[in-house]
Write a protein that binds this ligand. Sequence first.
Ligand SMILES: *[C@@H]1O[C@H](CO)[C@@H](O)[C@H](O)[C@H]1NC(C)=O
Ligand SMILES: *[C@@H]1O[C@H](CO)[C@@H](O)[C@H](O)[C@H]1NC(C)=O
Ligand SMILES: *[C@@H]1O[C@H](CO)[C@@H](O)[C@H](O)[C@H]1NC(C)=O
Length: 124
Amino acid sequence: MKVTWINKMVKLLILFALCAAVAVANPVVYTRADIINNSGKTHQLLVDKDNRSCLCLKNTQTAKIINRDGADMKLFSTSDCTGNYSQLGKGKTQNNAQWINSVSMGRSGVPSIGPYGCPNYFNR
Ligand SMILES: *[C@@H]1O[C@H](CO)[C@@H](O)[C@H](O)[C@H]1NC(C)=O
Ligand SMILES: *[C@@H]1O[C@H](CO)[C@@H](O)[C@H](O)[C@H]1NC(C)=O
Ligand SMILES: *[C@@H]1O[C@H](CO)[C@@H](O)[C@H](O)[C@H]1NC(C)=O
């Protein structure tokens, strides 16, 4: 009776260990940036760290953009991450960010994917 119970516990523990291993093998880690509008409201942009994404900000009013932890964030005046850009370093804040209509962030050295749509991030 007692042995059966211990067997069950051991099986459960092995199952938990397997689940944990799968979780570690497939972590979804995000690169984060904050956008702040004229009213001082903050919205966090999250991008899969393993991919580089372009996010359209044309319909989102941005006063400030803060790169929280992306190694390589680019700011564009176009709405599709094309043309000239300005680099925003890790931990840096871009003030007077109204001219920015798209950003690309995530992994370095790969082309960005997207943008998929152009929402107003403060109103959805
Ligand atoms: C800022 O965002 C909030 C919602 O988070 C919205 O209610 C407000 O109107 C926005 N202000 C401007 C100036 O866009
Ligand atoms: C990165 O993007 C590719 C192409 O869209 C996709 O197949 C892959 O699953 C993405 N990687 C992650 C970690 O989401
Ligand atoms: C990029 O910047 C250069 C130098 O300021 C300028 O000559 C060029 O027209 C710009 N290109 C675009 C697509 O804005």
